[in-house]
Design a protein around this ligand. Structure first.
Ligand code: 3H9
Length: 689
């Protein structure tokens, strides 16, 4: 049995080391020996002070998330912290890496906290649909003040060492041997004979809270919660820390925590936490990786520029190729401007901007790609254009270079087959704006070499993307399912729903915006062009485009946008157009409820997901959830479409799909075999491959 907790002495200072790789989570097998060790040190007269530290790459990254939803094993984390807080000798936490969640709560039980200069500290529980349940909402405000604590707890974003020092969350920041310096710090505190006041008794900062300002801040944050319970509970718990006694607030925090941890939203968010990590494992960790030192992007338009920025942001030298001088100059100027905006907003320093710009090399000549290890094509979405580019790449790229296409729909097998090296070809489907959006669909073509795939998956994580490996089909996972979600939009409009009514059903569900707002934002002309290329029509959307209503960029689409505003205003003209088109088709309008809107849009979404799993286009149902949450705004509190299917009841979904199939005969309503099986077994497992 490994030593999850060990104790060593440095003079009269005891050093307790937690060693629970990979992230020192506060699992039961850590809590038990830690509790025992602390009790023994408390009672040992030869020990004058205690340092708590961690082995490995980080301090404690939180409670063990895999234990949630299972019976709690004693001692609980709260008991360990309570014991720590009763120790009268100085206790010093020595923090490197990240002290997160239960890890930060543990050190709030210490008298002092000293940190490595690269350390980060935070309470990210809200991102798992929780609130800090180990006293964090009650102790943190006592140290840093209620308003600062509220911001940290509701956002879940960790703060850096220097900010933690300024906020009085930590007592010293060190470089070099942290444990030696923590021991020295403990000895100094002993020598000074300072009163060692536990955090629970430090009430002076809390007493100075401006309650009105606090309530305003909490109300602002609640507005942004968009149906999520955890941020509201977090704010409530910090409010309790101000208005209740320490013990009462602690008990109230516990109650809120237990409610959240048992709820669907936290289950969904925990599912996503593990789903993202599973998806990011790619084809296997034992595969060798190719060396990627320089990346090239072909195409300096919006997409190409965004992809180039994503790689530069990750520290890669980038060759940006655009055959025309003028287009290249424009592309580079846009990148320059985007970074300048980040500087003016304060999200990037001037030095970092310069560093990133220095990574760019513009070129109009394919011969300049000969030294690149990964080349990403982001040219016009047309097979002939892509094939021409790949022909040129095949001629100039060095052996072993990975050739990627950023196509959203086209057949990557055909693109690969057009080259002499199909094993080096993959799809890298970035989402716009590519320097911001997290999702990256990595398309594995029939002949893609496993090591090439493993390389791009790892690279994606390295540049802060959330990678999901998908197979080849029209639209891959995301856009194929999007088409299924939108297939009934026109029919719903013609039958009597309005764009704003449909969009409201979506925002009430938890989406950031509905499909028509989304279409107006992205530009209706994109879909129009795609439909024309495939010989398809959409009577309302096509008519709007024929009228020059392309969405926000032209001031009108499904909505009106007054005086350059981004706020959609329902437009009587559009509603009249819909009624006229319905009348032409002899459709009498009727009232359509939110339930029907969800059934005819989101049930086909799930159904298409099941078909994608059947066809092994996605390896796991959870991969599909990762795609939809990170690329399309599916509400995180519902865990993605495939997880939500379980919450909604797959039996109900099958039944209603059958109903709509019978009524309309449309294939999107034909329940997938796998969805029927899920309805019977409650599991998507065994579907992928
Ligand atoms: C909490 O503390 C509640 C308390 O308030 C109350 C309790 C009563 N537990 O992300 P990585 C695994 S809630 C279990 O790839 P990185 C992860 O699944 C918790 N496992 O590494 C992965 O496993 P695998 C609040 C965990 O270097 C492996 O570790 N804390 C946990 O990119 C490596 O993870 C958080 O929410 C965990 N807590 O990033 C912090 N954390 O290799 C969550 C990680 O099998 N963790 N694993 O796939 C993180 O944010 C990142 O993992 C961290 C490292 C930044 C620490």
């Amino acid at each position: 049995m490994p030593d999850f907790v060990s104790v060593a002495s440095d003079g009269d200072v005891a050093v307790v080391t937690i060693d629970n790789p990979p992230v020192n989570a506060m699992s039961f097998h850590v809590r038990e020996p830690l509790h025992q060790a602390l009790a023994a040190l408390r009672d040992d007269p030869s020990v004058a002070a205690i340092v708590i530290a961690c082995a490995g790459r980080t301090f404690v990254a939180g409670a063990d998330i895999t234990e949630f939803g299972k019976p709690v094993q004693q001692p609980e984390l709260r008991a360990v912290i309570a014991l720590l807080e009763t120790i009268a000798k100085p206790t010093v936490a020595a923090i490197h890496g990240t002290a997160l969640g239960g890890g930060l709560e543990l050190v709030l039980g210490c008298h002092f906290r000293v940190v490595d200069s690269n350390a980060r500290l935070g309470l990210p529980e809200v991102k798992l649909g929780l609130l800090p349940g180990g006293g964090g909402t009650v102790r943190l405000p006592r140290l840093v003040g209620a308003e600062k604590a509220l911001g940290m707890i509701v956002s879940g974003t960790p703060i850096a060492a220097v900010e933690a020092l300024e906020a009085a969350l930590v007592d010293a920041v060190f470089d070099g041997d942290l444990i030696a310096q923590a021991v020295r710090f403990a000895s100094e505190m002993l020598a000074k004979g300072r009163p060692f006041l536990p955090v629970r008794d430090r009430n002076d900062r809390l007493g100075k809270t401006d309650l009105a300002a606090f309530d305003r801040q909490a109300a602002e944050l609640a507005k942004k919660a968009r149906g999520l319970e955890a941020p509201i509970a977090c704010a409530q718990a910090v409010r309790n820390a101000i208005s209740l006694s320490f013990d009462e607030a602690l008990a109230a925090e516990r109650e809120l925590f237990l409610k959240l941890v048992a709820g669907d939203q936290s289950r969904a968010q925990r599912h996503l936490f593990f789903a993202e990590r599973e998806a990011a494992k790619g084809p296997g960790k034992d595969l060798s990786r190719r060396r990627i030192a320089r990346v090239a992007i072909i195409g300096a338009g919006t997409m190409g520029g965004g992809i180039a920025m994503a790689f530069a942001n990750g520290g890669f030298p980038v060759t940006l190729l655009e055959p025309g001088e003028e287009a290249l100059r424009r592309g580079l100027a846009t990148i320059d401007k985007n970074y300048a905006v980040s500087v003016s907003r304060g999200s990037l320093t001037e030095a970092a901007r310069q560093q990133r710009l220095d990574l760019f090399k513009g070129s109009t000549d394919y011969a300049d790609l000969a030294d690149c290890d990964l080349i990403v094509e982001a040219v016009f979405e047309e097979m002939a254009v892509k094939l021409e580019v790949f022909g040129k790449l095949d001629a100039v790229a060095k052996p072993g270079a990975i050739l990627a296409t950023n196509t959203s729909y086209l057949d990557v097998n055909a693109i690969a087959a057009s080259t002499s090296r199909p094993h080096d070809v993959v799809g890298l489907h970035f989402f716009s704006p590519a320097n911001v959006m997290k999702l990256l669909e990595i398309v594995r073509a029939e002949k893609t070499a496993p090591d090439a795939l493993a390389t791009v998956v790892e690279l994606a994580r390295g540049i802060g993307k959330v990678p999901v490996v998908v197979g080849v089909c029209h639209g891959f996972v995301g856009n194929r399912m999007l088409a299924a979600r939108g297939a009934e939009s026109e029919a719903l409009l013609l039958e009597g729903a309005t764009p704003s009514q449909i969009d409201k059903a979506f925002t009430d569900f938890g989406w950031p915006m509905g499909p028509f707002q989304m279409g107006d934002l992205a530009g209706l002309d994109i879909g129009w062009r795609n439909r024309k290329a495939r010989g398809l029509t959409a009577v309302i959307a096509d008519t709007l485009c024929e009228q020059g209503r392309f969405g926000q960029k032209t001031g009108s689409g499904f909505y009106r946008y007054e005086n350059g505003s981004r706020t959609p205003v329902p437009d009587a003209e559009v509603e009249a157009l819909i009624r006229a088109k319905a009348a032409e088709k002899g459709i009498a309008p009727r009232t359509i409820g939110a339930d029907e809107i969800i059934e005819r849009t989101l049930y086909p979404l799930v159904n298409e997901g099941a078909k994608i799993l059947e066809e092994k286009i996605a390896a796991r149902a959870s991969d599909i959830d990762v795609v939809w949450v990170n690329g399309y705004g599916f509400p995180i509190g519902k865990g993605g479409p495939m997880f939500w299917a379980g919450l909604e009841g797959a039996g109900k979904i099958v039944e209603r799909l059958e109903h709509w199939h019978e009524r309309t005969g449309r294939p999107i309503f034909q329940p997938a075999t796998l969805l029927r099986r899920f309805a019977e077994t409650g599991s998507w497992e065994g579907a992928g491959g």
